[in-house]
Design a protein around this ligand. Sequence first.
Ligand code: BTN
Length: 244
Amino acid sequence: MDYTVTAYDSVDSTNRIAKDRALAGAAEGTVIVADRQEQGRGRFGRSFFSPLGTGLYMSVILRPAFSPDCALYITTAAAVAVAETVEELTDESAQIKWVNDVYLRGKKVCGILTEGAMDGDALHFAVLGIGVNLTPPPEGFPAELRNKAGTLFDRPCDKREALLHGILRRFFQYYDHLAEKPFLDDYRRRSLLVGKQVQVLSPDGLPTETVTVQGIDDNFSLIVQDEHGPRILSSGEVSIGGLF
Ligand code: BTN
């Protein structure tokens, strides 16, 4: 699929702009990129730290023809596309923390936020937002992120364009065959959590219980074992020892 990129210096949120464009009729494959976001959005209503010139902040408009059940596949396909591109550019292996954070050297280097708009039972459009920490922010990460957030490179570099197009090229290859999930095995192989004990977090981020992760099922849900036996976690967030 073809895509067209519109680049901005500074925006509030590329997801916000992409949503407005989508509502105004912008085509699938429209991509918004910014050098900085003043109100970058994360999952669970959090913010996404998006300082000037050290990250890739991008949003892609999609008009999927399939059922909303497949919406999770957009996010997971993107996570694999990011991990593969990160690996190509850094020569280091990248992991995925369920559902869609990409990790390098034990630190989160990418977050993904997919937002959808429904039209009755159908998905009217989706906005796939991807934020990657490319190089260290000159003023450092805020205190609450310092132990968790990492960057692809440790000094300024000229890899942003390669990252952008590497992610988009791989993502759209998967998107063209989304219902077949050609990225499922890669997603599983990169899982940071399988075999580990994790805390299940409440929506406000507090640990509620400890479970052991056994695997990832065919719908990208987490198979976990608690004291009563195995069960499926299909959404939400988990943490390993408060670190991730
Ligand atoms: C997360 O880690 O919780 C998801 C973060 C998603 C951040 C990206 S940056 C580009 C796009 N625009 C936003 O406002 N958010 C996403």
